[in-house]
Write a protein that binds this ligand. Structure first.
Ligand SMILES: O=C(O)CCC(=O)C(=O)O
Length: 281
């Protein structure tokens, strides 16, 4: 495969800056058979659901990190289409920040994945079943990522109180539904408010988290972000296959996190003492 990154257009970048998300219909349709096969293989190897137990269709099952479980999934980071969107949004030296694989069950309420002022974090998501607005497609609130903006700050304060504030449940909050088919890719700023409603008990999806490289004077913030992974009971952010199969190009996107996750094993040890199972998300 030619590894030259396929960059986003200036219109795509401008749309992302304004609205906080992008959709790419059919972007990976040539690889989707392989991707779904690898996705299912990971779950089979891991007992079918959360923490080695079968998926029961009632609660979300989650595996972190996910890409890292299979060499072919790791190679998505090198795919010129994924790599190109990452470079376009985050720069040549972007960080891979881990991934999660999921069988979702039911609705996901409105939330942001972070509330980052200065360092851009994005999530790339692949949904592996056809999804419509009312059967679990990802919904986003355009412009909700813009911290400091009256509108976005108001949503941050109020979106989980929609019934009290606006007299409507979460599913009626005005939003864009990113209806997808397998092979489509969606991407959003971690700050962007997102949710989903009406999904089945076995909605398949995995994500790739990326960020700008942290400046040296913000390394403590990077370590704090990494600490959050202790709830998944992992000792390192990356799995063995991700590092072993990395060429010099991929390593550039791993080295800053690898240099700063030395504290994670102890935090995970402590988490194992307090939690009955690793976090489901
Ligand atoms: O698809 C969903 O239900 C929500 C996904 C989500 O919240 C996330 O990946 O952060």
């Amino acid at each position: 495969m030619d590894s030259t990154p396929i960059h986003l257009t200036s219109q795509q970048l401008s749309f992302f800056q304004t609205f906080g998300y992008l959709g790419f219909p059919g972007l990976l349709s040539d690889r989707i058979g392989e991707i779904i096969g690898e996705f299912e293989a990971v779950w089979s190897e891991r007992g079918g659901g959360h923490h080695g137990r079968p998926h029961d269709g009632k609660a979300r099952s989650c595996i972190v990190p996910f890409l890292d479980q299979r060499e072919k999934l790791c190679s998505l980071l090198d795919d010129p289409r994924i790599h190109g969107m990452a470079v376009s949004l985050l720069g040549e030296d972007f960080n891979y920040m881990g991934s999660d694989g999921n069988y979702y069950a039911g609705d996901t309420g409105w939330h942001s994945d972070g509330w980052h002022r200065d360092i851009l974090h994005v999530k790339i998501a692949l949904y592996l079943d056809p999804l419509t607005r009312d059967t679990g497609a990802l919904r986003v609130i355009p412009g909700s990522h813009r911290i400091g903006d009256h509108y976005a700050d108001g949503l941050q304060e109020g979106v989980r109180k929609s019934q009290d504030l606006w007299g409507m449940g979460g599913r009626d909050v005005p939003a864009v539904a990113l209806e997808t088919r397998p092979g489509d890719v969606v991407l959003f700023n971690h700050n962007t408010k997102h949710a989903s409603f009406g999904g089945s008990g076995r909605r398949r999806m995995f994500t790739i988290n990326l960020s700008q490289r942290y400046p040296e004077d913000r390394i403590e913030a990077l370590r704090t972000y990494i600490s959050g992974a202790a709830r998944f009971w992992i000792d390192h952010v990356y799995g063995e296959a991700m590092v072993r199969t990395a060429g010099p190009g991929r390593l550039r996107h791993l080295d800053q996190v690898m240099a700063n996750d030395g504290h994670l094993a102890e935090l995970s040890r402590q988490a194992r003492l307090k939690m009955t199972e690793p976090s489901r998300g």
